[in-house]
Design a protein around this ligand. Sequence first.
Ligand code: GLU
Length: 577
Amino acid sequence: MTRRTIAILGATAALLAGCATTPNHERATHSPKGMVAAAHPLAADAGVEILEQGGNALDAAVATAFALNVVEPNASGMGGGGFLLYYDAKDRSVSVLDFREIAPASLEPRHASVDGKLNSSTMRYGGMAVAAPGMARGLLKAQAEHGELPRQAILAPAIRHAEDGFAVSEGLVGIMESKVDLLLEDGAASAIFLEDGLFTPAPGDVLVQKDLAATLRNVAEQGDAAVYGPEPAERIAAAVRARGGVLEASDIVNYAPAERPPVSGSYRGYDIVTIGAPSSGGLTMLLTLSVLDRYDVGSMSFDDPAFLALYIRAFAAAQEASDLVVADPAFTDVPVDELLSDEWVDRTVAAIQNDIGGRLALAANEAGGHEIAHVETDHAAYPGNTTHLSVIDSEGNMAALTQTINYWFGSCVAIPGMGIVMNNEMSDFSFEEGSVNVPEAGKRPRSSISPLLVLKNGHPIAALGTPGGRRIPSAISQIVVRCIDFESPLQDSVDAPRLHIDAADRKVSFESRIAEETMQQVADILGDGWSFESRGAFDAYFGGAQGIWIESGADGAARLAGAADPRRDGSVATTRE
Ligand code: GLU
């Protein structure tokens, strides 16, 4: 970030001095200084606490991440992994840290097969679903490199919440209920989360996690040796093997996070910066935007059938292209430059024009007759996994961090005495022969995770991301289009209805706030071969985005605008003045 932008933020701070002085947890909020958007209010507060102690965005992101391990234990934690995207305002550099889980070294093809054929049921839950975790090692490395506060300060809020407990929300209780049978299969998991090891708590009950508190205290004192040292590594591996897995202590001791080059593209003059392999999500998002960039989207509206048809074709092409080639870059050569080339965009735009170009202008035709399925999501146990947090500090440093144990409660395997819940990331491999993403020893499973930073002329503009598995790149690209093309504020863009496309099945899922009449017209434009599914009005299936956008206030000065997704329990917290 330049001095100029810092000065503007400073001026806004002065202007707002004397206004509200307590952290706030509204969904949409504005701050002159630091801001944290995360999936739980206590976690967002943890980040703000660190900013107020003089920590930077990276310190705050790591503190928030560890706090999420405690207060959103169903979604992420030291038993899992993730990806961090960080903009350092001092030198205007962006770094990517991949702390994705890695398949055990002793994995054999038979472990992933039934009757000699790859089969995803082998690795959905239990010990075989578990890959070597990366979170503590990855985030402590990032904090040591970019952070400013001592590690003990970063871990303090998480330790406090694990020790003192926190009130479980209705949402968390619903999620526990949906997983209770699997939790009951695991003695350590049921001891942590179920009362008397048997019953789900009631909303408002306080969940204390003493073993997790002890592990976090050890992490504060010893660093990652508290998880990756030979003794704790053997304790973790033994518990996973006891549940049928093949994880060895050496898989954990040898775990190495990877620094990756960011991948980026230009969209309407903004730099869109995200992550590449082993995630396909960032590439899918960039390719989608690169096609849309060839069209005058700003002259359309989001619910214009012509725009939606264009978006659907662009996203489907992008998803197909990235799915085909993206896997762990240590195992396959991912042709990023070729993918992100003008040739690919030229070819894709030509195909779209050839197939539906003539019908784009006919969108207002009488449409109808296409079958639209209706899917009800059970929101008591809202579906999903994973968590995303965004931080921007007063210097303009930005962190976008998505972390996960994959499904809610991951493999449903917990580590006795350590309070750690292990991931089921092995199920993110592909179980189709010939895929670049088949399970292999020592390989990172492909991810859809795609945290995003927006810059303009080197200046920070936004940090953004969401959980939602395959819906991550569709959710984020739609939020970006709404913010940039339709000039909609971030919170409105996050709230607005979304759709998702499954290219292989030619299936479009959409929130019911998009009128069926509109989708009938979209179906007419797209032509044969597509199917459509209407889901809930605010459906957690479409993710739970948390973001911060540096926007102009009414007085023209820059300010931070935070947004959390109404589809999940997100929250934005700001520094006090
Ligand atoms: N395991 C998923 C992935 O890496 C987590 C992301 C999500 O489901 O939100 O793609």
